[in-house]
Design a protein around this ligand. Sequence first.
Ligand SMILES: Cc1ncc(COP(=O)(O)O)c(C=O)c1O
Length: 353
Amino acid sequence: MTNLASMIDLRSDVKSQPTAAMRKAMAEAAVGDDAAGEDPTVAELERRAAEITGKEAAVFVTSGTQGNLVSLLSLTRPGEEMIADEKAHLMHYEGGGCTRIAGLLPRLLPCRQGCLEPAEVADAISQGSTVRGRTGVVVMEDTHNLAGGVAVSPERLRAVAEVAWDAGVRVHLDGARIFNAAVALERPVPDFARWCDTITFCFSKSLGAPAGSVVCGKTEVIQRARVYRRMLGGAMRQAGHLAAAALIALDTMVDRLADDHRRARQIAETLVNLPGVEIDLTLVQTNMVYFRLCRGDISPEQFCEAMRQRGILVSGTEPRRGHFRLVTYHNINDVAVQKVCKALEETLGGAAC
Ligand SMILES: Cc1ncc(COP(=O)(O)O)c(C=O)c1O
């Protein structure tokens, strides 16, 4: 088995390792039974998360997937419709929980540079009839992962939210990487979060904590979210150990995200000069670099293997078709990025055929 600790792992920011400060805080955390509301560190994290997003309340959940599902369950009723874009993470990678567990019928609309188009949302909203459920929720994602990690502006979120709210429809924001969006666009998180009823964000991705996400919203919605979290098995006991790392993440890992974005850009600018690489630099706005490898002389598998031989792990969204995604996070420092750029040049340099 490969010794992963010695590799530069660009497969995802979920591979990020907790910092020394996080490990210390986890060891020393004051904890209690959080399922009974007795964990002081979780309570502090939830208070901070609500404050940071500008919402009334927050609940700590196990993962981004659970945060999305708990939000949908809290905002809708089974049989309603859910409007999302066709590239939404919760449609592709979350086990179909929105349909199987929340009982929602997805109405998927085109993904326009990471966001829904307000006019298309207006057109797709249903008020319910004998043949069609009413639209219960509109879902957006920021940053938008499959759209390239693009940062969606508060103004674009607002335009969609206003259409939804005018029609009496709730809005959920999958803000797994909302801090990346906030840093990239130099806007405070509440500018984004005010355009949704619930927002989830993750501590375990670019913020580097080992686990956990949060759902933020109005107090009565978060009360319902606690019931659904319990139903889904997400009410943990001494969860303060995890919350302690998440608090360190909020204190120390947000401002430094600009470094991840700069490093992703550096990798993208190396790739754009290599033959047989298709990449849209305008989409490289945060910590993700999506590109397509179109080479007759090197298959996607050979590319992965050549990078692995150089100590670098890469993977793709559709590797068989040459679609790759490289992701930076705090463990990928400037030295690592130099090695990555050199390895890409050695592997893909030369004439393409
Ligand atoms: C945009 C987005 N939402 C939600 C999730 C799910 O998070 P988790 O893996 O913690 O369930 C991810 C995971 O990468 C994601 O990229």
